[in-house]
Design a protein around this ligand. Structure first.
Ligand code: SAM
Length: 234
């Protein structure tokens, strides 16, 4: 296996600088250290982390870069993936969102150390509550390992401004999950922009779905806290 920069360039056509690569490994290392005392990620070695956190996170870079300029949010950020790497690489003002306050608090000093503390902030609360506080403020959102595609569309819709994009990282969505998401995307105000498959360097498949907010949703959003994930629209 080559360096992260080689893998990104040869497999995925994504160029990052040596300095950016160093910052990404510093991020991974810092998260692994915190993970010894707080449950941020189930990936325990830096070797696995290079693929499953860094390579995977950076796959989203071209899609986030394609979105309109403006605020970027990572929904259900956990240990800051893909949010911190994409903050580093895009230069966007970034909000990391997670309902577990102590997780996002732990990411703040990491961002400072990496030199992105001035444009990265955190929200320790539910996505549904953020949508009430900051409706239509975001130009681009990412979500990895958070919920079904349909739930993600519902959670993201009130946060995105018109033209804004939702970038979803998915391993193996079921046919049923796709059918539901494609069925409710229009009522939630979205168009599908792309559905791309990538192979990570460990041989696993990653699908990236990008949806663009084209119109206001036809139902009042957000619904009550928890509904999007516990009782998803069909
Ligand atoms: N995105 C990270 C990754 O891929 O490594 C973390 C994924 S983790 C499985 C999902 C995270 O989403 C958890 O940290 C959880 O606390 C958070 N989460 C789930 N539902 C949420 C909601 N409605 N609002 C905010 N955070 C939520």
């Amino acid at each position: 296996m080559g360096t992260l920069r080689d893998i990104l360039a040869t497999r995925h056509g994504i160029d990052i600088t040596e300095q950016q690569e160093r910052i990404l490994f510093d991020d991974l290392h810092a998260i692994m250290e915190i993970n010894k005392t707080m449950n941020l990620t189930r990936i325990l070695s830096e070797e696995d982390g290079m693929v499953l956190h860094l390579e995977d996170s950076v796959l989203g870079l071209p899609y986030v870069n394609d979105a309109p300029a403006g605020l970027y949010g990572d929904l259900g950020t956990g240990g800051g993936f893909p949010g911190i790497p994409l903050c580093v690489l895009t230069g966007r003002e970034t909000l990391l969102v997670d309902s577990v306050k102590k997780k996002v608090r732990a990411l703040e000093p990491v961002a400072e150390e990496l030199g992105v503390g001035d444009r990265l902030s955190t929200y320790g609360g539910r996505i549904e509550d953020l949508a009430l506080e900051r409706p239509r403020e975001f130009s681009v959102l990412t979500a990895r390992a958070l919920s079904s595609l349909g739930s993600l569309l519902e959670l993201a819709s009130p946060l995105l401004r018109k033209g804004g994009r939702l970038v979803c990282y998915k391993a193996q969505p079921t046919e049923e999950e796709l059918e539901i998401a494609f069925g409710i995307m229009k009522p939630l105000g979205f168009d599908l922009v792309c559905d791309d498959s990538h192979e990570l360097s460990d041989g696993s498949t990653r699908r990236i779905f990008v949806f663009q907010k084209a119109a206001n949703p036809r139902i009042a959003l957000p619904r009550r806290v928890g509904m999007a994930q516990r009782n998803p629209l069909t």
